[in-house]
Structure formats: structure tokens, C-alpha cells
Design a binder for this molecule. Sequence first.
Ligand SMILES: Nc1ncnc2c1ncn2[C@@H]1O[C@H](COP(=O)(O)OP(=O)(O)OP(=O)(O)O)[C@@H](O)[C@H]1O
Length: 591
Amino acid sequence: MDIQRDEHNQNLNQILLEETFYVLTKKNCIFKVRLTRRGLHLIKETDQNLKEQVIPIRDIVGCRCLRSKKQSKRCVCQSISRSNSLEVVEDTSGDLDLNDTSAYLYIYAYLFQENKKRERTIVTLRFRSFDKFEDNNREAQRWRTIIKKLIKGESVSTGNIAEFATSHRHKETRKLLVLCNPKSGAGRAKDIFRDKVIPVLEEAEIPFDLHLTKHANYAREFVRTSNLFQWTGIITVGGDGILYEVLNGLFERSDWSEVVRTLPLGIVPGGSGNGLARSIAHYYGEPYLPSPTLPAALCIVRNHCAPMDLVRIETTSQIIFSFLSVGWGLLSDIDIESEKLRILGGQRFTLWSIARLIGLRSYGGKLWYLPADQPARDPKENVTYSCNIGSNTDLAIDSNLEAKGRPRVDSWYSANSKRSAYFSATASSYQSAAEEAADSRETNGGDGAEKPRTYGPASQIPALTASLSDSDEWRCLAGRFVLVHAGYQSHLGGDFLFAPDATLNDGRIWLLVVRAGASRAQLLQFLLGLSSGAHATTKTFEGLVQLMPVRAFRIEPDAGEDGCMTVDGELVDYGPIQGEVFPSLCRVMVP
Ligand SMILES: Nc1ncnc2c1ncn2[C@@H]1O[C@H](COP(=O)(O)OP(=O)(O)OP(=O)(O)O)[C@@H](O)[C@H]1O
């Protein structure tokens, strides 16, 4: 074990490149600069002593080779602030200082400071050993190429390092699609992207195509209909709503499986609800406040991805793929009803929480769930619940997806369909694909344009139309509830720590249940605890509040009552709803 660790450390500390730089402004000050797999080592040698600073590779976002714009007498190896930058330009610029044959390597890093914030640092290395710019540039390019490879996590062998400046010269293969909702939050998403993210993308030399959404569902249509494989990742700038659109647009493509496997999603928080961005920062220990955009920008440029669970939601009228939560009761009421106070920003939630506590409501119904420790049903096992799943001819389109689980009833659903005819408490009734096509022609004014279908993995649980029984597998709570909220990330908002133990791909849905009977004072304490996660451990109203990990759930509200039901903060039809987790179904960009 120790031998392995020693070898690993040796490998990390092996010198890949090394150069000496002088700082002319400081007498007798020499910097030895080394590049190892661990990072960039700045070793300051003076007459008396030797000081070393290491800039870890994981803190470096990129580096660029530049040339001086006007004559400069400084030789640099130091951290300089943006305002103190040299006048440098791209080698291709028409504004070069031809008298200066130096090549400048700018290395951009965001270093952790003692106050647990990240600070931008630029290390500038001036290569000028040779008489010709081309020769100096070759050296600078060698450093640039190897640093870029290390940032991307690619292997670098010492054997062929000499060739790196020429044959292996770095060429960026990534190109990102950016979908920005200019209306999200306080309407600052576009400015956030321009001011906070573009500079980091430029430092990392990652090209992107930016599309501003023009209306609700623009992003959904865009990802459904575009050739997405021209990009290497999809970035959303806005709130959780724009990501919800993108995700569900992806599942309206017949090639969804290839898309979610090959294109990671990146999230730049710019809306009023940024639960996933906050959760990702939490999982990776990245400082989020006061500037939540930086961790997101770092995720985008670092080329690190992690699998993320998705939850397949079935309502009476649609199939949805959800990354954040399903809500019924108090929390959804506050979220949706406070929309009219949008102008107040985050304060609207506080104000409406008080209003809802005064006019406290509860909702009657049944909550079914499959505890997380229950093993998944063997797909080959015979399914015994009473569910009419249609004829095989209806399933032809997605027959390759039918290998496991319940046959694909969802391929008949139209994403925007409002029909509730799919749900029947007494007998299941699913329409065939042919009927659906006929209906869709009617609802689309007979022009033949079909509404999009939802694809995705086949369900492993009984259809929403099938009744459940309180078996060994499924558990049931019946009665009146103040709220039921199913979340799959740690945070459901910037300051809403919903499930402290959740991770990106734990294969769990965290079900929070508050039963009717809790007093207003207890509920106030509960609501106050949401920002710190205290609600998850509080013992003061034992029995009335539960937070439990499950694999699947179903909510069946009593008929005759009305309320709010949300998926990822978006309002859906009030009625029966169920969800099941699909572990690691997509990939997201992480720090
Ligand atoms: N250009 C646009 N104009 C109006 N609405 C849009 C536009 N683009 C997207 N939308 C809609 O705006 C809604 C909210 O988007 P988003 O989540 O990005 O912002 P938000 O401020 O966090 O929203 P909310 O607080 O309502 O969740 C989404 O449901 C989306 O469909």
C-alpha cells in the first residue's frame, strides 16, 4: 500500500518541464518554475533561502500564448492583477510589437484563499531565450499544451515531451451550446453570462454558441430539434426552469440515450431557484456564496463530469424527467402562490410562508413508497398488477428499449397533453399510438403536426393507472398531510438544505412528509430549519415529520380537493403522480 502511495507521489511530483525566470524589478531574484502533474511550482531562490508556491492543476482553468503589443522592458514571473496586465495580443493580431521577440504564456488560476473564497490569479511567463519569436513561441506552446492536457486529465508521458510544441500542439476539441433565459430571476442571466462566465471561457479558450431563449419552451424545442452532436456539452444559464426544459427536450428525442451519454449538462445559476447549482457546489466543497457563478464557470471549463440520477415522473397527462423535486402541499403552495410577489426577490418566500402558516391547509390522500433498501424488482419477474398495457404493435417504435421493465406506455404520451383520460381509478385505459396520432391531428388543427413524444428508459413500477396494494414492497401512509416533498439533491434552492445526506447519484429519492396535526409553532420551527437542514434531524415533532430515502413513490390526492403540485418547481396538473429513480441516467459538469 505504502509502495503504491510512494509511486503515486513520485508520479505526481515528476518534473515535466522546468525553466528559470528572472524578475528584473527585484535584485537577485530568480524563480525556478516547474511543471509537474501536481501543479505549477513557483520556486523563489534568493541568496539566503528558497520559497515554493504550488498552483494546483485543479485550480488552473487555462493558459494562452500571447505576444507583446507594445515594447515592454519587464521580465515577468509573478502574480499580477488584471488591471496591471501587460499589453499583449494574439500572435495573429496586426498590432504586434515586432521588436519584442518574446512569447508570453498567461496561466489563469482561481486559488483558494484562507477566507475559503477563490481568487483569480494570473501567472505570466515570458519566454525570450531565443532571438526569434518562433523559437520562443515554440517553448511557450510546449508549456501550454502540457498544462492543457493536465487540466483535461489526459496522460502526459515524459518520453515525447520535446514533440509537444509541434506535433501535439493543443487544439481545442470542445464547443459548448449555451442556452440562456434572459427573463430568469431578476432578468440578469444574460449579464451574468457575459460578465462572469465568458471571461473564464476565454481564459480556457473554449468556444461556445450562445442562444437566448425567446419564449417559454424555446429551449425545449431547440434541444429537441437541433443537431446536438455539433456541440460537446449543453450549458443552461438561468434557474432550474430552463434546465427542466432542456432535460425534457432531450427526452423528446428518439436518440435520447446517446445524447444523455455523450453530452454533459452544465448549470450556471442565474434564476431565483438554483437548487442543482447549489447542490453541486455543496457536494464538491466549492464556496457558493457570495458569488455562485464562479463554481459554475469552473465546472464548465474543467472537463470533469459526474453521473446524476434522474427521476421519471408519471402524471395523468404526461411523463417528465426530473432532476430536483416533486412537491405537494405547503412548500409547493409557497413556491407557486408567491409568484405574484416576484418583485420582492427571495423575500417573497418568507412573506408567503408566514401567510400560509396563518391560513394553514392540509391535504387528504395516500402516499405510497418503496423504501430505498428494497431491492429493485427483477425485470423478468411476471408483473401481476392489473394494467392494460396496450398491444405490441403500439410499442414498435421503441422496441429496443423494452428489454427491461414495464412496456413503454409513455411513448404514446404527448409532452404537452392536458388529457386526464389516461388515468382511471377503476380500469386502466391507454390510447394506442394510432388514436394518439388522430387526436393530435385534431388538436393541431388538422395540419398533421404531431406533438412531441417522450422517450426514455422503461418504467420498473406499476403504471399510475394500476392500483397498488400495501405489500412487502410498497408501504402506504394515508390521511391528511401538510406537505409531501420528494427531493433528490441536497439543496432545492440557494438556502434550502433539503436532504443533507443526498448525493448526485445515490440512487435515492428523499421523501419529506409532514402530517397534519403539527402546530403552527412547530411548523414555523420546521420552516426555519430548512435553510440549515435542521428539519431532517429535529426530534420535537417526532412522528409528524419524516425524511426517508425511497426508490419510488406515488401520491394519490383525495378527489374533490384542489392544490398545487410541482415538478422541479414547475406547476403540473393536480392529481395522482408517481416517480421512480433512474440512477446515473445523465451526466453533469462538476468542479
Ligand atoms: N425568453 C423567455 N421569456 C419568458 N419566459 C421564458 C423565457 N425563456 C424561458 N422561459 C420560462 O421561464 C421559466 C423560469 O425560468 P428559470 O427557471 O430559468 O428562471 P427562474 O427565475 O428561476 O424562474 P422561477 O423562479 O419561476 O423558477 C421557465 O419555465 C421557462 O419556461
